[in-house]
Design a protein around this ligand. Structure first.
Ligand code: ATP
Ligand code: MG
Length: 440
């Protein structure tokens, strides 16, 4: 299939042949200069929405108010936007109006210099009105124009600055950083969904731990994730946690993930969120009894605040709720272990455990043990040798003992002690009397 870049070039050629200016715009130009493949390649043009829709057969006007059209057809869809200038942002989210503009004005309305570049395929040149190329080379995130004004137009840019700094491991330029920290208390004005999406991209991306550090240092955790800010300075016993406080541990755990799913990244971010409220000195050291359960409670509140989907929330809470069970793993009976391995999406529980270890003592013994158990199919639970119907047929009357009997049989089946139905029935007869038949 055609790459997003090639598809964009075809779209640009069509616009050019029809007498229009058209360039690759924004993130895709940045990524290309960095040698990274972009998943979406946007085009900016002087053609208006109607004209774009005339020139291409298969289009959807996704943001008519902003002059944005999606050109579909072969290959990935390309977003085509008319060069525009944004009016004032009275709500701190969206411009009050937009109007058609020159490419230079369109560059100036974008957030950071590295995102304000265009590429002209006709001349094979990068068009840079904002100093973006130099900042890309130097590894700097810098607002275009006055940083305080740019952040107050759209507070999401606070999170975007952190996201790009983390993803590319860039520095945030001093004036931009100062404006970011001053504007951070306004972050509560943002819609939860927008914050959630930015945070998810930060914690699932490269250098996620640094992203978390920047969020904390910039004051961006206060409104949306104050429970994480509370982890700073919460000391842990050095024999288990040589890395330091709970916040540092969490930061390192994020860094230990490898291309995580969103729920895994959220679970890692929040796995020890129950530690600050459960921290107690006991017997000369800090303990966190019950922190997994407390963590489930707090993470539930956070997931709802940030409007994660119900399915993701459930998955996140499952991972947090079970994360301490790995401590017992080597001592678990085979049946308990196999049931644990058979949890839905166990590999993600295990990935959280791995990150948890790598972020503390580095001991992966349990991780490897569970990995071996998975490889030998221990998570594949067999159908039970006996059901309630089998017990009834064997002369047992359904009663509250049934659950216990069937569990005992299934435990032994999982342990490998019982392998045949008859053997299982014999085991039941040895251990449980059928109820005496009713006298008449
Ligand atoms: P990604 O690789 O994550 O998609 P991107 O830079 O392409 O990064 P998008 O959110 O896809 O980011 O936006 C495309 C371009 O639109 C950006 O490069 C930037 O020029 C501009 N842009 C996006 N969001 C904003 C914003 N909130 N404020 C100003 N400009 C923005
Ligand atoms: Mg993009």
């Amino acid at each position: 299939m055609q790459s997003a870049w090639d598809k964009a070039l075809v779209v640009i050629q069509t616009l050019h042949d029809a007498g229009h200016l058209a360039y690759v715009a924004g993130g895709a130009v940045r990524d290309r200069l960095l040698g990274i493949r972009s998943h979406d390649v946007d085009v900016a043009t002087d053609a208006d929405t109607d004209r774009v829709q005339q020139l291409f057969k298969n289009t959807v006007a996704v943001g008519r108010a902003f002059g944005v059209v999606l050109v579909k057809g072969d290959g990935p869809p390309v977003e085509v936007a008319t060069f525009r200038l944004d009016g004032p942002y009275s709500d701190g989210r969206r411009p009050d109006w937009v109007r058609p503009a020159t490419p230079e004005e369109d560059a100036a309305r974008r957030d950071f210099t590295i995102n304000g570049l265009f590429y002209d395929p006709q001349t094979d040149r990068v068009l840079d009105w904002v100093g973006g190329e130099q900042d890309l080379r130097a590894g700097v995130i810098r607002c275009i124009g006055d940083p305080a004004a740019r952040f107050s137009e759209d507070y999401l840019r606070l999170f975007r600055a952190v996201r790009f700094a983390a993803r590319f491991d860039f520095d945030i330029e001093t004036a931009t950083w100062k404006a970011l920290t001053s504007a951070a208390p306004q972050a509560h004005r943002l819609a939860a969904e927008r914050v959630r999406d930015e945070l998810t991209r930060i914690i699932t991306g490269p250098h996620a731990g640094r992203g978390l550090q920047l969020l904390a240092d910039g004051g961006l955790l206060m409104d949306w994730l104050s429970e994480l800010a509370a982890m700073r300075g919460v000391e842990q016993p050095p024999q288990y946690h040589p890395e330091g406080d709970v916040f540092t541990h969490t930061r390192l755990a994020l860094d230990a993930l490898e291309k995580p799913s969103a729920p895994l990244a959220w679970a890692t971010l929040l796995h020890d969120v129950g530690k600050p409220p459960t921290a107690r000195w006991r017997g000369g050291r800090m303990t966190f009894w019950g922190h997994a359960d407390k963590g489930v409670e707090l993470a539930g509140v956070i997931c709802r605040r940030l409007k994660l989907s119900n399915a993701d929330t459930e998955h996140v809470l499952e991972m947090i709720g079970h994360h301490m069970r790995f401590l017992d793993y080597p001592k678990m009976s085979v049946s308990t272990r196999r049931r644990f391995l058979a949890l839905p999406r166990f590999v993600e529980h295990l990935a959280l455990h791995r990150a948890d270890c790598l972020a503390s003592n580095g001991n992966l013994t349990t991780y490897e043990l569970a990995q071996t158990d998975l490889e030998s199919g221990q998570d594949d639970l067999p159908a039970p040798l006996l059901t309630g119907d089998d017990l009834i047929r064997a002369g047992y009357t359904p009663d509250p003992r049934f659950g216990a009997i069937l569990k005992a049989v299934y435990d032994r089946q999982l342990e490998g002690e019982l392998t045949e139905r008859d053997q299982a029935l014999a085991f039941v007869r040895e251990n449980w009397e059928p109820e005496s038949p009713q006298e008449d």
